[in-house]
Each structure stands twice: as structure tokens, then as C-alpha cells.
Design a protein around this ligand. Structure first.
Ligand SMILES: [Zn+2]
Length: 185
């Protein structure tokens, strides 16, 4: 059975058995919180459990490394919408130890792309067009620094109101323990 088929079969039963009932929530986050975190598989269930978050409690944004690549990219856009349209008044940036985006070996990633059939010419063309692919792929050297930078960027963003509290934390992907890097109060 394909992965998709497996999911669709499970889904049919899920809906038929009304298992969605216990997840009913509204679009507005109960805790008025928006969280930016990493797509790391270990955090999928651990992060909400370790923070006591239920369905409907927060707006949760995830990407590789919990990082903001651009002040007018999709992450900040999501935060701005969460603030003005969904009544969130605090932001948590949650990086984690052992992140795949920490000291990512960009050369090795690009070698893998070439092995998978991406021509070197394509990569060179992108670079010649002014897209610094290595910089774009590169994560961060220190998760702590990365979290601090993201907090500063959100706090100082021209479209984020000054009364929004922005905190920075690091979560242990094994135990769920949180360490505060920036206390926004
Ligand atoms: Zn990560």
C-alpha cells in the first residue's frame, strides 16, 4: 500500500468514527500565542505536550531551523496576520538543541542534489543570477544566536506593534525542557 493510500484509508475511518470531535476549536488561538519552531520530527508531538498546548491554543509556524530568512518572507507574514487577524499578543521563537540546520554542510547538500540529477549548471545559473544558494541553504552556527536574531527581527519589524511580547527559547528535543534565551517582558 502506498503512503498516500494508507493515509486515506485511515482518514476515512477517522472521519466516520467522528474522532475529530475532541479536536474541535476555533480559528482564534485560546492562548493568544503564535509560536515559530522547527520542523524537526522529534518536536511534532513533544513540543505541544511539553508546553501544555491543545488544539486551538496557538498559531504554530514551522520551518527548517525555526529561522526567519527574510523580514518580508512568509514567516513574518504569518506572524503579522496572527497579530492583527487572530488576536495574538505574544510570540515565542523556539529553537532546539541538535538542530539539522545547525552547521549544515551546504557543500554536501548540493553534492546530494547533483547526485539526484540536478545539473551543476542549474546551480551555477542560480548563482550567476544573484541567488547565493549556499547562503540561502545555510542554517546557523549557534541556535542561541539564531533565536536572539529572530526575536530582535520580530520586535523591531515595522509592521509589528510595540506592545507585542516576543520571547526566545530553546527546547531539548529529548526531554522537552525549555531554556529561556530572551524574556520579552
Ligand atoms: Zn531543527
Amino acid at each position: 500500500m502506498s503512503k498516500l493510500q494508507e493515509i486515506l484509508e485511515f482518514n476515512k475511518e477517522f472521519v466516520e468514527n467522528k474522532e475529530y470531535d475532541k479536536y474541535r476549536a476555533t480559528k482564534n488561538p485560546n492562548k493568544k500565542l503564535v509560536i515559530l519552531s522547527c520542523m524537526d520530527t522529534r518536536l511534532t508531538e513533544l513540543l505541544p505536550k511539553a508546553l501544555n498546548l491543545k488544539n486551538g491554543d496557538v498559531k504554530l509556524i514551522k520551518n527548517a531551523g525555526a529561522s526567519i530568512m527574510h523580514p518580508f518572507g512568509s514567516i513574518v507574514r504569518s506572524i503579522v496576520v496572527a497579530v492583527y487577524e487572530f488576536q495574538t499578543d505574544e510570540v515565542l521563537v523556539i529553537g532546539h538543541h541538535g538542530c539539522g540546520m545547525s552547521n549544515l554542510n551546504v557543500d554536501s547538500t548540493l553534492e546530494k542534489a547533483v547526485e539526484r540529477g540536478i545539473s551543476k549548471d542549474v546551480i551555477n545559473t542560480l548563482c550567476n543570477a544573484g541567488i547565493d544558494v549556499k547562503k540561502w541553504l545555510h542554517g546557523f552556527n549557534s541556535v542561541e544566536e539564531s533565536v536572539k536574531e529572530s526575536v530582535e527581527l520580530i520586535k523591531n519589524h515595522p509592521l509589528i506593534p510595540k506592545d507585542i511580547k516576543v520571547h526566545g527559547l530553546i527546547i531539548d528535543p529529548e526531554t522537552g525542557k525549555l531554556d529561556v534565551v530572551v524574556n520579552g517582558y
